[in-house]
Design a protein around this ligand. Sequence first.
Ligand SMILES: NC(=O)c1ccc[n+]([C@@H]2O[C@H](COP(=O)([O-])OP(=O)(O)OC[C@H]3O[C@@H](n4cnc5c(N)ncnc54)[C@H](O)[C@@H]3O)[C@@H](O)[C@H]2O)c1
Length: 279
Amino acid sequence: MTGRVAGKVAFITGAARGQGRSHAIRLASEGADIIAVDICRQVDSVPYAMATPEDLTETVRQVEALDRRIVATQADVRDYAALSGAVDAGVAELGRLDIVSANAGIFSFGTLDEIAEVSWQDMIDTNLTGVWHAAKAAIPHLKAGGRGGSIILTSSSLGLEGMPNVGHYVAAKHAVVGLMRTLALELAPFSIRVNSLHPTTVNTDMIQNAATYELFAGDLPAAERTQAVVAERFQAINALPVPWVEPVDISNALLWLASDEARYVTGVTLPVDAGELLR
Ligand SMILES: NC(=O)c1ccc[n+]([C@@H]2O[C@H](COP(=O)([O-])OP(=O)(O)OC[C@H]3O[C@@H](n4cnc5c(N)ncnc54)[C@H](O)[C@@H]3O)[C@@H](O)[C@H]2O)c1
């Protein structure tokens, strides 16, 4: 088998759709087998439709079409017992663990003086505690393998800068950087590298929905919040002339961090942000 991660096994949270599915397909196309987890149901404080069981089935289909193996489980990253059970079962079936993508996340809105307690708590539980849970569940397997490993935490450009109306998301994504830096130090003696990714807007269901359009074009009547109008608003955030990047652009950075090409890269906050953070 050839490929930049040939023979390795990757554990990916939030793998039913969007960036998580793209990561599964990209890593599989370079020879990895996949342990996929997604909640596949709605969280009430999230103002757009989340993934479904059918979405996770489609990820399985696309990985298997690449002739790679995949063990997919519906599990909530907030539930440590369920998450670690899914990882344990995946490793038992696929034989090893090398790569971790802590990618599952949610988005919701509100200024910090008004945001509902439940929105804050769901955000911290998912986008911060869920990321720690993914690492915690995987570390024993990475250490047991004795071959090192690569853990990639998905933060955001909003893990490195503030933004009004999403303070709970900004706080969780900044905290992921602290988690990453500490994990990188704790795991370096085991040759396990830990880095974070910081995407600008990515073309997924998390942003292509009426609630997010209202956040970015709330000054306009709903009927005028077209994708073209919203694209202009998003483009103004980036330095490069694009409104958003595609999931595969994040997957390509993740693949590099996961591969031996990045064997001495650890503790890095890697933007894939079309120059957003230059502004
Ligand atoms: N889309 C963007 O503009 C953007 C920008 C920067 C960072 N991000 C981050 O990228 C990551 C992936 O998001 P995406 O753009 O693919 O959005 P998405 O909504 O398409 O995918 C997120 C996935 O995570 C799953 N998920 C959510 N809560 C979960 C939980 N508690 N347990 C298990 N699975 C859960 C969802 O069901 C969904 O399949 C997120 O961490 C997000 O915060 C997104």
